[in-house]
Design a protein around this ligand. Structure first.
Ligand code: E4P
Length: 224
């Protein structure tokens, strides 16, 4: 399973890259709105230079002609860019056109396996079910991931399920067990995945014990 970071914060991305776990990044307009002093394009290019993998940059146009224009422009920013498009009829039509032109699309705001099937059939390379937001609506977000993975596998659809809107470490494990080839994580979830209280206690004890045996020869000398 490949892990992406779901953020537009360059320091978080640099840190995840240093940890050796980062295969890609997803951004969206809400994540970008948290950043200041830099244009969307500049930030996306900056991210692409840190990450050796797909970087999703979202389009906001709502009319087909505008969306095609915006998507083609965004796709020129960097070879790592994947154009993110929300699913609706305009989004599907744009995906059909753009995928034929060889532009990689991440179809976003997926809330059902039906939407996932349509996105994959229209030619999206990545399909992003929003697990946490589905859970928030009282349904089982991971079930959409499971169903989408099973459908893509059964019919050899080349699209990859990108489990998104993950809120905690158990979501990541559940997405992995559901067979999602990619999970995109908020930085806080990545940090939580690293931590375990028993690891902290274990490190503390090993360090204390190492110090005590390193101090031993000095004590022995003192006693002789
Ligand atoms: C994925 O591509 C989206 O940016 C993201 O996972 C949305 O997550 P949220 O529901 O926490 O906003």
């Amino acid at each position: 399973m490949r892990l992406f970071l779901d953020t537009a914060n360059i320091e978080e991305i640099r840190h995840a890259a240093r940890l050796g776990i980062l295969s890609g990044v997803t951004t969206n307009p809400s994540l970008m709105a948290k950043e200041s002093g830099i244009s969307y394009r500049e930030r996306v290019v900056e991210i692409c230079e840190v990450v050796n993998g797909p970087v999703s940059a979202e389009c906001i146009s709502r009319e087909l002609a505008d969306l095609l224009k915006e998507a083609r422009e965004v796709a020129t920013w960097h070879s790592n860019v994947v154009v993110k498009i929300p699913i609706d009829e305009v989004g599907l039509e744009a995906t059909a056109v753009l995928s034929r032109e060889g532009i990689a699309i991440n179809m976003t705001l997926i809330f059902s396996a039906n939407q996932a099937l349509l996105a994959a059939t229209a030619g999206a390379s990545y399909v992003s079910p929003f697990v946490g937001r589905i859970d928030d609506a009282g349904q089982d977000g991971m079930e959409v991931v499971r169903e989408s993975v099973a459908i893509f596998d059964s019919y050899h659809l080349p699209a990859q399920v990108l489990a998104a809107s993950l809120r905690h470490p158990r979501h990541v494990i559940a997405a992995a067990r559901a067979g999602a080839p990619i999970a995109t994580l908020p930085y806080t979830v990545l940090k939580a995945m690293v931590k375990h209280p028993l690891t902290d206690v274990g490190i503390e004890r090993f360090v204390a014990d190492a110090r005590s045996y390193q101090a031993e020869p000095a004590r022995e000398r003192a006693n002789s």
